[in-house]
Write a protein that binds this ligand. Structure first.
Ligand code: NAP
Length: 255
């Protein structure tokens, strides 16, 4: 089925675009006509995603960038590079970069806690702030920032004390930014996936996955494309009166 062209000529920045949900988001936004800046810590993976994106019309170009979202200097360089390459600030931003370092609370190390907070929470803050600053400075009214939280940020999850804290933080960060940025026409929403088939969930031991799947009323893992479809809606004008919302994409999962 041909995708609608809701994002024709929009410039979209996607972090974590080298794989998993981020790569699917890049593909979906490009199919809707967007020019995509694919950013990832793994620049080769970002380049691989960018090469595979459709270029339906002359001028629909895509580019890969290396970034460490946990580092303010790297994020600020990314925004400068994207603006230089496309002569515009990204009107759409989807923050997919994220990591897990799972361990029970009693064994969690300070380093693993700090690392997950730095990438998932601080990284989302840094990219969101840089994109919002670029949009406001450019004088362009409007924009849509979509952050990837997680359903576990609402309900907790065994062995994920650092990850859950980071994702609960992403939800609060997004709702606050939505209140502050509405006056500039910039919408901010958070998507809360359940268990989605990606390299991140490939790390979950099969026995644990079996137990988790038993909790999903729809009885299966989600596909990255099913998260990407929701991101495309939130990026488009069809969601123009939605900001500060948390959208669950979980197959009904309620932990
Ligand atoms: P993934 O397959 O591991 O992809 C995440 C991407 O982010 C990877 O390409 C990764 O690069 C990149 N990345 C990691 N740290 C980075 C950094 N500091 N700077 C820039 N890029 C970085 O994960 P996913 O499953 O697609 O998850 C995408 C987002 O959805 C994450 O925020 C995740 O927490 C969230 N989420 C996923 C699920 C799920 O079930 N999969 C559920 C709920 C929420 P490397 O490969 O080099 O690390």
């Amino acid at each position: 089925m041909a995708a609608p062209q809701r994002l024709r000529a929009a410039l979209a920045l996607v972090t974590g675009g080298g794989g998993g949900i981020g790569a699917s988001v890049c593909a979906r936004l490009a199919r809707e006509g967007a020019r995509v800046a694919v950013a990832d810590r793994d620049e080769a993976a970002a380049a691989h995603t960018a090469r595979g994106l459709p270029r339906a019309e002359p001028g629909q170009e895509h580019e890969a960038f290396g970034v460490d979202v946990a580092c303010a200097r790297s994020v600020s360089q990314l925004l400068a590079q994207v603006q230089a390459r496309f002569s515009a600030a990204p009107h759409v931003c989807v923050n997919c970069a994220g990591i897990t370092r799972d361990e029970f609370l009693l064994k969690q190390t300070e380093a693993a806690f700090d690392e997950v907070i730095a990438v998932n929470l601080k990284g989302t803050f840094l990219v969101m702030q840089a994109v919002a600053q670029a949009l406001v400075q450019s004088g362009a009214l409007g924009g849509s920032i979509i952050n990837l939280g997680s359903i576990v940020g609402k309900v907790g999850n065994l062995g994920q004390v650092n990850y859950v804290a980071s994702k609960a933080g992403v939800e609060g960060l997004t709702k606050t930014a939505a209140k502050e940025l509405a006056r500039y026409g910039i919408r901010c929403n958070v998507v809360l996936p359940g268990f989605i088939r990606t390299p991140m969930t490939d790390q979950v031991p099969p026995k644990v996955m079996e137990k988790l799947l038993a909790l999903v009323p729809m009885g299966r893992l989600g596909d990255p494309e099913e998260v990407a479809d929701v991101c495309a809606f939130l990026a488009s004008e069809e969601s123009r009166y939605i900001t500060g919302a948390s959208v669950e994409v979980t197959g009904g999962l309620f932990l």
